[in-house]
Design a protein around this ligand. Structure first.
Ligand code: AMP
Length: 720
């Protein structure tokens, strides 16, 4: 399998997408097609290699066949101009006036170009003049001139399409409708339909282009260049893609960090709002890890690069938001299917209206005129354009707020859920433990901290790290052998030849080590040497500032909130009480596999779906099992990013509420658009059959609905 990405040019007809998709899929070599109208990208999965020139000729033929003039370019061809003259400088307060861009290298195509706008204006003026001319024949000549000026390209395209067998395309239907109007003597109606259709198209295109721009701005995380410091000290500007691991880059005030790495010189404050939606500056110093996409608001820093651009945070975010369009929500799939049937059905109705009633009343020309109304409203454009745009806007907006949603389908599912399960450590609590107390067992002459530190030497667990980072004791790596980490329990190792166990009650039980009862609301880590308890370390973790608020907000939506933890009963219950959780909704002392079993249990009770929120450490199975898996505050953890459906880039549990609210707004806008668009079309059809609606009204309603639906969808983007 090979994947190829392309940039699409001159594609204006959203309704053509599924036809192009079908056409591409009918080619043997193409396995999978994804077209994103709003980022103008085409991704293909091919089942075998093909000469690049032949491939692009084949694809372009398909595009041009469905929408004449549209074509694609290889993505690389269009991104070669990456280092542009534009500066990457920003001011730290107003990052809205953006200079960097997610550079697809494409310009916005304006299908409605200047010439056709001028012709439209002149045609409309002539149309207006025709009202003052009473002499019928002259009036008609003038209207024909207006029609040609305004609609010549539509008629031209429709003839082109007939030759290709596309009888139901918009241009063809508009041509038939207007020619029909001429045929029954409604000259001014024919011209009016064309004028409104063109004006509608123009505004629709502008609205779509504005949305495209807003989306690009939302995704404008990528730096255009990196300042690479060469070994001789010279600094050169290169593309972020050219920087290698361990290279040193320099980031000045007002520049975005182009790649993930660690600070090796200087300290500064960063604006990470692009990544997390968090507007407070974030202080970093020597040795601090920094993420690409952050904006340097302080002094100059030197960074040792730790990840290639392809693996960097920024690239992952951009890819995630772009790929989100590939995971199509049910609403979008429905509309695509609906669109395939809608047009033929409406055209069928038009034929029935034209043929059946006149059999009874003989008034052929009247029914023919009424039938034309059906042709005018036969494009499902309003829905085909606005539904994907609604999802895309919501996902774009969410990413700006630090919530990365991997697909419209997840947004759709989140809207329905009735249960949220939080993991405790690192999710509701900060996961930053501090050692409160060290207890040494009676009659034991050991340094408990030293033994514990040796045990945790290699651990990545937040508890392990805090113990192993204690600076007061130095451990020699050579003294440590046979390290094993037992998830949900702790660690075992051999230190200076003695077996060591460091972990919770369950770990001690596993090794049959008897332990004393310790009454506390802290996390207890038992330490054993030579299979004998020698002491314990008591640690505490802090609740996150907005955990309580998050739980309250979720409860206000009637959502059932649970907390799961591997920690002990005392601590689980006391934290649960503090943040307002129901005692029965708290489960403690769970091993990772117990957590998964609990989620399954809760899932069985839930009627509409379960969200699991974890910090990504040992959480991958839980994230996958839940209907929606949300990883929080761990943008660095690759497993979490892969397993989760949504990634929350900052540490706030209240983002879950924000996400659910967004999904509800998304749904509301979708419903409005669908009901409104279909409602208006149905009314126009009924009024048309009854002879109340004119062609004027029909086109006005049709174009207006499409425009309003697109504007409604872009409302979400405006919020940001
Ligand atoms: P977790 O499922 O990762 O939250 O871990 C659950 C519990 O297992 C923790 O609360 C600790 O009691 C224990 N544990 C896990 N890993 C370690 C470790 N490296 N050192 C000590 N205890 C651990």
């Amino acid at each position: 399998m090979t994947n190829k990405s392309f940039i699409i040019k001159n594609l204006h007809c959203a309704n053509c997408l599924n036809k192009i998709e079908a056409k591409l899929l009918s080619m043997n070599i193409i396995e999978k097609v994804e077209i994103n109208f709003y980022t103008s990208t085409l991704n293909l999965e091919l089942n075998s290699e093909l000469d690049e020139d032949i491939l692009i000729t084949m694809i372009n033929k398909a595009f041009d066949n469905i929408e004449p003039g549209s074509f694609v370019l290889y993505k690389e061809e269009t991104t070669d101009n990456k280092i542009q003259k534009k500066s990457d400088h920003k001011d730290c307060h107003g990052h809205d006036h953006d200079h960097t861009e997610i550079n697809h290298g494409h310009n916005h195509d304006h299908g409605t170009n200047k010439v056709s706008l001028i012709l439209l204006a002149v045609g409309s003026l002539i149309f207006a003049i025709s009202f003052f001319i009473d002499f019928v024949l002259l009036n008609r000549y003038i209207l024909i001139i207006a029609y040609i000026l305004v609609g010549y390209d539509i008629v031209f395209k429709s003839f082109k399409n007939i030759k290709r067998g596309n009888f139901l395309d918009e241009n063809f239907l508009m041509t038939i409708a207007t020619f029909g109007a001429f045929a029954i003597g409604d000259f001014s109606e024919a011209v009016a339909v064309m004028i409104f259709y063109k004006i509608g198209e123009y505004f629709q295109e502008r609205a779509v282009n504005n949305s495209k721009k807003s989306i690009e701005k939302l995704l404008s995380l990528k730096s255009i260049y990196a300042n690479l410091k060469k070994s001789d000290g010279e600094i050169i500007k290169v593309k972020p893609e050219e920087v290698k691991i361990n290279d040193i880059i320099i980031v000045k005030n007002g520049e975005k960090i182009p790649l993930d790495g660690k600070i090796i010189l200087g300290s500064t404050s960063l604006d990470v709002s692009f990544l997390t939606g968090e507007s407070l500056p974030y202080e970093v110093e020597l040795e601090s890890p920094v993420l690409s996409g952050s904006l340097n608001c302080g002094s100059i820093i030197e960074i040792r690069v730790e990840k290639l651009y392809s693996e960097s945070t920024v690239n992952k975010i951009i890819a995630m938001v772009q790929n989100a369009a590939a995971k199509k929500p049910i609403a979008e799939k429905f509309i695509t299917k609906f669109a395939q049937f809608y047009t033929p059905i409406v055209v069928g109705l038009a034929i029935l209206v034209a043929l059946i009633p006149p059999i009874f009343d003989g008034n052929f020309s009247q029914w023919f005129g009424r039938a034309l109304i059906f042709l005018v409203i036969s494009c499902p454009c309003a829905l085909v354009l606005s539904i994907p745009l609604t999802f895309f806007s919501s996902i774009g907006y969410a990413s700006k707020r630090g919530m990365l949603i991997k697909g419209g389908n997840y947004l759709e599912k989140i809207e329905k859920i009735d249960t949220v399960i939080f993991d405790k450590t690192g999710t509701l609590t900060k996961g930053k433990f501090k050692i409160d107390k060290i207890i040494t067992a009676d009659n034991v002459n050991e340094n408990v901290l030293e033994v514990a530190k040796a045990g945790e030497f290699y651990s990545n667990h937040p508890i392990g790290k805090i113990i192993s980072n204690d600076p007061t004791i130095i451990i020699k790596e050579n003294d440590i052998k046979d390290y094993t980490e037992i998830p949900g329990k702790g660690v075992t190792t051999t230190y200076k030849g003695n077996p060591i166990q460091v972990g919770n009650k369950k770990l001690m039980e596993t090794f049959n080590i008897s332990i004393p009862v310790i009454e506390t609301y802290q996390t207890i880590i038992y330490v054993a040497k030579n299979n004998t308890f020698i002491g314990a370390i008591l640690l505490s973790d802090e609740l996150k500032d907005d955990s309580s608020r998050a739980i309250n907000l979720l409860k206000s939506l009637n959502i059932n909130v649970f907390m799961l933890t591997g920690d002990n009963k005392n601590i689980a219950l006391s934290i649960g009480k503090e943040i307002g959780l129901d005692k029965n909704n708290i489960y403690f002392e769970l091993l990772p596999q117990d957590k998964v079993a609990k989620i399954q249990e809760i899932k069985n009770i839930s009627k509409t779906g379960v969200v699991f929120v974890g910090d990504g450490i040992n959480d991958a199975p839980a994230l996958t099992l839940a209907d929606i898996g949300i990883a929080m505050g761990k943008i660095g953890s690759d497993i979490a990013i892969e397993a989760a459906d949504v990634v929350i880039m900052n540490d706030e549990p209240s983002k879950i509420y924000e996400l659910i609210s967004l999904s509800k707004t998304n749904k509301k806008i979708l419903t409005q658009s669908i009901v409104f668009a279909l409602g208006v079309k149905a009314i126009v059809m009924i009024l048309g059959v009854l002879g109340i609606a004119s062609l004027w009204l029909a086109i006005f309603a049709d174009v207006g609905v499409a425009l309003l639906a697109v504007l409604n969808a872009s409302k979400i983007l405006k919020k940001s």
